[in-house]
Write a protein that binds this ligand. Structure first.
Ligand code: RIB
Length: 299
């Protein structure tokens, strides 16, 4: 039995690193490019597996060359692939990523590909693995009805659920009651609450607003400023680990993966957040997303 199930997408990330992120209509000469595994769900699964977690990935890919990259990535990282549907009629997704090599910041355009056609009827074949998991982790890159159905099933079967609400987009109120941990970054938190987050006090207000919607626990990641956690009673503010960031792509995924791993080992909340923080920081020191996830020995 897998301790953690991750529902999400795999895409091939095509990253271009250069002196800046080009403006509209501008051409620049870059330094490096990389084609590697990406997609928030797959990145999170890789982060968990590299820490030593038992993880099952639920997704859909094509049988094209990027589909092969997906399978190789999952196998290499010892992730269960039984619940990855392969459809020869669909294309595996890609993401175009522009990275500023000085700050590590990025701009991303994701073409979801095969998993954009996911239906609840297909997921029904994979639902047993979710029911048997201790932790269920997902994001917002798949059709919403599928995500909601899986979150609901996970919660009704006693899993701890984590929704990483990225990329930020409208979700029906029904989502909130099935979420144990909601993990937006500061811009996503602003999207869901209307509160612009510039300091700890703003983060606290945003977290209160989200708790009033029915979510149990909130973790707002604040980039280089660290993170804020609240369950309505206990509040924690942790600084980010200090690293020289080369590429921040996938740092949020590293954080979510590290956090899910900590929870699966039943560590206290502060320790889960510290693990997540370290994993996220280290993931920014290499170009790429999935391939930049650290191993347990690194943290
Ligand atoms: O969170 C980063 C990820 O978002 C990238 O790997 C990209 O593929 C997008 O899904």
């Amino acid at each position: 039995m897998s301790e953690i199930s991750v529902l999400g997408i795999f895409v091939a990330d095509i990253s271009f690193s250069g002196p800046k992120i080009p403006a509209v209509g501008e051409t620049i000469l870059g330094n490096k490019y990389n084609i590697g595994p990406g997609g928030k769900g797959c990145n999170q699964a890789v982060a968990i597996a590299r820490l030593g977690g038992k993880v099952n990935f639920i997704s859909k890919i094509g049988t094209d060359s990027y589909g092969k990259l997906a399978l190789n990535t999952l196998l290499k990282n010892k992730i269960n692939t039984e619940n990855v549907i392969q459809d020869p009629n669909l294309q595996t997704g890609v993401a175009g990523i522009l990275v500023d090599k000085n700050s590590g910041k990025n701009a991303i355009n994701v073409i979801v590909g095969a998993p954009s056609t996911f239906k609840i009827s297909e997921i029904d074949d994979q639902i047993n693995i979710i029911k048997k998991s201790k932790i269920f982790l997902t994001q917002l890159e798949l059709p919403k009805e599928v995500t909601l159905y899986c979150l609901k099933t996970a919660k009704e079967n006693g899993c701890l659920t984590i929704l990483n609400p990225a990329p930020a987009s409208e979700i029906p109120n029904e989502f909130y009651s099935y979420i144990d941990y909601f993990t937006p970054n500061e811009t996503e938190a602003e999207f869901y609450t209307g509160i612009k987050i510039t300091n700890e006090k703003d983060a606290q207000q945003a977290a209160d607003k989200l708790i009033n919607l029915g979510i149990k626990k909130i973790i707002i990641t604040l980039g280089e400023k660290g993170l804020f956690y609240s369950d309505g009673n206990e509040e924690l503010y942790l600084k980010a680990s200090s690293v020289k960031a080369i590429d921040t792509t996938g740092a949020g995924d590293a954080f979510n993966g590290g956090f899910a791993f900590g929870l699966s080992k039943e560590k206290p909340i502060k320790e889960c957040l510290e693990i997540a923080n370290k994993v996220a920081g280290l993931s920014t020191t290499k170009l790429g997303a999935g391939d930049s996830m650290p191993f347990f020995k690194d943290i």
